[in-house]
Ligand binder design. Structure first.
Ligand code: HEC
Length: 170
């Protein structure tokens, strides 16, 4: 019986050690990428829209939180800490309903959502990626893996306005 008790304690200690190690590694991943969907992003203000052809064949709506919108309107660069920019992506689909109303084929609308991407400004936390933390979540909320998230910053570094491509549409 004593021996059984010893094993129980040993198992409990092992579980705790594993839990501490895995939470530490989850935290270090969180310091490089955005791992949680920012709250309330669907209600943010519109910055602009974009349509990608080729493989993506998507519509994008780019939204900003209040800090990002204020910086855009003031023409403030680099973006201040706390700015978050969201890119909501949808399939690019023809609308038969709208085409009927127009009497010809001309209407394309947002189809099913595909993913939402975020850029979160925190110049200390994300110093290694130009001050921006990158996040990608597929339509069901599943976060993108590290391999995907590692591609974001090198391409965005090509954008001359603080790693941000999208301009503010009035
Ligand atoms: C090969 C280049 C490239 C890669 C890789 C890339 N992006 Fe972008 N991204 C763009 C371009 C160009 C735009 C602007 C056009 C558009 O929205 O389609 C953009 C727009 C955005 C925007 C809107 C703000 C802005 O900069 O215009 C966000 C947010 C964003 N991307 C996040 C991400 C995330 C997160 C990843 C990684 C999972 C990523 N991007 C990977 C090129 C890239």
């Amino acid at each position: 019986m004593r021996r059984f008790g010893f094993y129980l304690v040993a198992i409990a200690v092992t579980v705790c050690v594993v839990a501490v190690i895995s939470s530490a590694s989850a935290q270090s991943a969180g310091s490089v990428f955005v791992t949680k969907i920012p709250v309330g992003y669907r209600d943010w203000k519109l910055i602009s829209v974009a349509h990608e052809e080729a493989n993506l064949n998507s519509f994008g709506a780019v939204l900003g939180n209040d800090v990002a919108i204020q910086a855009y309107r003031d023409g403030k660069l680099p973006f201040p800490d706390g700015a978050i920019i969201a890119a909501l992506h949808y399939r690019f689909v023809p609308s038969e309903e709208n085409n009927k109303a127009f009497g010809q084929t001309q209407s394309f609308v947002a189809g099913d959502p595909t993913n939402v991407q975020f850029m979160v400004k925190d110049s200390k936390k994300y110093a290694s990626t130009g001050g921006w933390g990158y996040g990608h979540f597929s339509q069901d909320g599943t976060p993108g893996g590290d391999a995907l998230l590692k591609t974001c910053s090198p391409c965005h570094a090509k954008a001359v306005r603080d790693s941000v491509f999208t301009r503010y549409s009035r």
